[in-house]
Ligand binder design. Structure first.
Ligand SMILES: *Cc1c(COP(=O)(O)O)cnc(C)c1O
Length: 350
């Protein structure tokens, strides 16, 4: 702290991202990165773009990418918003669409950035408990609110909410914006983007960080009614006109065009997930049903923090949250087969 800080900064509680170790040897299963790397076509597009044109500003509207996303999902360009990672997209959503008198609703166990944005933008919230099976119960959200947000599949549980249940939440709060954060939807869920034309209060966010293996590029998006998108464009153009650089625009567009690589790598992650789940269950773990590229598991006889420390000694890092209700769980990203094997070996005989 310093005398130069504004009172606002003194009271800010920032998000703590998962560790990005400087040691290359560690088996990193802690931040849900994709082991397969970006589409070779995305890499080639970025290499071509790596030229003298970098002296020029990028297209402030990222139209090339907007059109690629619109084509992919069968929506119009004015239904798509783009940002520097979906975290930035989410920040603009909190600022522009969720700041109201009534509290914002989200699950008690959910993406830990949500309460941080509430702090940043002065939004009051009401954390709605997941049920005993760690599932979202749509009926719990049918109460007065200034907005609703939840990841689907949920993070860090990995549990998927069926599209009919998402619709139930939308129908019960027609006067609030309902944000479905689909960071992990491509690993086994069905996107709610198919519902945006029927629900003007629905906003769906996605990221290229997980299923398209471009966490280092920082590209995220939102799809919804043009009126919702316009609010986000207003904020963006009052904050940073060029959130996506030239490399990000062409790389992300090429990644969306390469369906074959995308389908193949998602399938490999899903197959590995099912294998890791079975291996952990064989060791006595209880694993929540996952539709994501990570699993959330606890062992009835072993302390989660202890297991995380033991794995770290073996060079495997997983994520442990010191939070009530989930303090005995580990969140484990699905890696390449040899990384997953290192996890299983690192746990040893329990
Ligand atoms: C990873 C993640 C994001 C952020 O993705 P970026 O596009 O990398 O900023 C958003 N929401 C959830 C639930 C995530 O897990």
């Amino acid at each position: 702290m310093s005398k130069f800080w504004s009172p606002f900064v003194k009271n800010l509680v920032p998000y703590v991202p998962g560790e990005q170790p400087k040691l290359a040897k560690l088996v990193k299963l802690n931040t849900n990165e994709n082991p397969y790397g970006p589409s070779p076509k995305a890499l080639a597009a970025m290499q071509t773009e790596l030229n003298d044109n970098l002296r020029l500003y990028p297209d402030p509207n990222s139209d090339l990418l907007k059109q690629a996303v619109a084509r992919y999902y069968g929506v119009q360009g004015n239904q798509v918003f783009l940002g520097n990672g979906s975290d930035e997209v989410l920040a603009h959503i909190f600022h522009g669409l969720l700041q109201h008198d009534k509290p914002l609703l989200f699950p008690d166990i959910s993406y830990s950035f949500y309460p941080v944005y509430c702090g940043l933008y002065g939004i009051t919230f009401d954390a709605v408990p997941l049920d005993e099976q760690f599932q979202i119960n749509p009926a719990d959200y049918a109460k007065p609110n200034g907005g609703i947000i939840f990841p689907n599949p949920n993070a860090p549980t990995g549990c998927l909410l069926a599209l009919e249940a998402v619709e139930q939440i939308l129908k019960a709060s027609p006067d609030s914006v309902v944000v479905v954060d689909e960071a992990y939807i491509d690993f086994g869920g069905e996107t709610a983007i198919t519902l945006v034309d029927r629900y003007p209060n629905l906003l769906v966010t996605q990221t290229l960080s997980k299923s398209r293996s471009l966490a280092g590029l920082r590209v995220g998006l939102a799809v919804g009614h043009p009126d919702l998108i316009e609010a986000l464009e207003r904020i963006k153009n009052s904050f940073n006109s060029y959130p996506l650089d030239r490399l990000a625009i062409v790389g992300a567009a090429a990644a969306f065009e390469d369906r074959e690589y995308f389908d193949k790598t998602c399938r490999l992650v899903i197959e590995s997930r099912e294998q890791v789940v079975a291996q952990l269950q064989a060791k006595g773990f209880e694993v929540l049903p996952s539709a994501a590229n990570f699993i959330f598991a606890r062992h009835p006889k072993h302390d989660a923090a202890g297991l995380a420390a033991k794995l770290r000694e073996q060079g495997v890092i997983v994520r442990h949250f010191k939070q009530e209700r989930i303090a005995q769980f580990l969140r484990i990203s699905i890696g390449a087969p040899e990384q997953n094997q290192a996890l299983i070996d690192g746990l040893g005989d329990l």
